[in-house]
Design a protein around this ligand. Structure first.
Ligand SMILES: NC(=O)c1ccc[n+]([C@@H]2O[C@H](COP(=O)([O-])OP(=O)(O)OC[C@H]3O[C@@H](n4cnc5c(N)ncnc54)[C@H](OP(=O)(O)O)[C@@H]3O)[C@@H](O)[C@H]2O)c1
Length: 235
């Protein structure tokens, strides 16, 4: 692959709102080369944006391969896109919708980025999972399960690159509660942080090449509480 720029690019998949948008704005403020990837593109009028719906299974691989080729050299890929809803009954619609994006879409995007990084023998993949990855939940069953899947997938990709002795870094970001559309205007308690604060902490963790990071730091406390709670309190 020919290099088309001396400055390598960061790509943020899922950047039209929430944490992804805050990360994108942070890169723009710092004048670092960044490309936004999202379903909707009209929100971004002055930057670089590529349209991609991770649910369009027959197009995702090809589109991502071509995005990485176009913006080569790519230094970092953030996988931020995600969805989740509470499940009260056992109708499978919410679970299947969650799996489609958080498992199938996430896997396609993580594999496309890994293919690219393996071909150029360097890079940094950052996956936004959740504190929800640490336990099951009676009300967010498929969401928590999908986040546990993402967490293990990222670990597996890290193992792959370690075995190859390639300098490809994998960072798993586990947000606690961040004030975005996903929170659906819910709890604004002291452990809820702004998307901007989360983005700053994610950026610093990525620069330090951390393997796993909780954002904000209170997220670690939330994860610890989740890890010790008896199952009857996880309903
Ligand atoms: N907010 C929290 O408290 C919290 C806590 C833990 C983990 N997280 C995780 O953080 C990540 C970002 O969520 P958020 O809180 O920032 O919520 P958000 O504002 O709802 O962002 C969700 C992102 O996913 C993208 N997306 C949705 N469907 C997509 C699709 N089919 N293809 C590609 N992208 C799609 C959306 O962009 P488009 O609509 O433009 O496609 C949007 O940028 C998610 O993975 C979420 O699970 C959030």
């Amino acid at each position: 692959m020919e290099k088309n720029s001396q400055r390598s690019t960061s790509i943020i998949i899922g950047s039209s709102s929430g944490i992804g948008r805050a990360l994108y704005e942070l890169y723009r403020e710092m004048k670092l080369p960044v490309v936004a990837v999202s379903r909707s593109t009209e929100w971004n009028t002055d930057g670089c944006v590529e349209a991609l719906d991770l649910n369009e299974e027959d197009q995702v691989d090809e589109k991502l391969d071509s995005i990485f080729k176009r913006y080569h050299p790519v230094r970092e890929v953030y996988l931020v896109s995600g969805t989740g809803d509470l499940e009260s009954d056992f109708e499978p619609d919410i679970a299947l919708r969650t799996i489609r994006l958080n498992v199938n879409g996430f896997t396609r995007a993580a594999y496309a980025a890994s293919r690219y990084f393996e071909s150029v023998q360097t890079g940094h993949l950052i996956g936004i999972t959740s504190v929800a990855a640490v336990r099951g939940s009676g009300v967010a069953r498929s969401y928590n399960a999908s986040k546990a899947y993402q967490s293990r997938l990222l670990e597996g990709i890290r193992c792959h690159f370690l075995k190859l002795k390639l300098p490809v870094q994998i960072t798993e970001v586990r947000p606690g509660f961040v004030d975005t559309a996903m929170m659906k205007g819910g709890d604004k308690a002291f452990w809820v942080s702004s998307a901007g604060k989360a983005a700053n902490q994610i950026f610093r963790a990525v620069r330090r090449k951390q393997k796993t990071v909780y954002v904000t730091k209170r997220g670690r406390l939330v994860a610890w509480i989740l890890s010790i709670l008896p199952e009857r309190f996880l309903g």
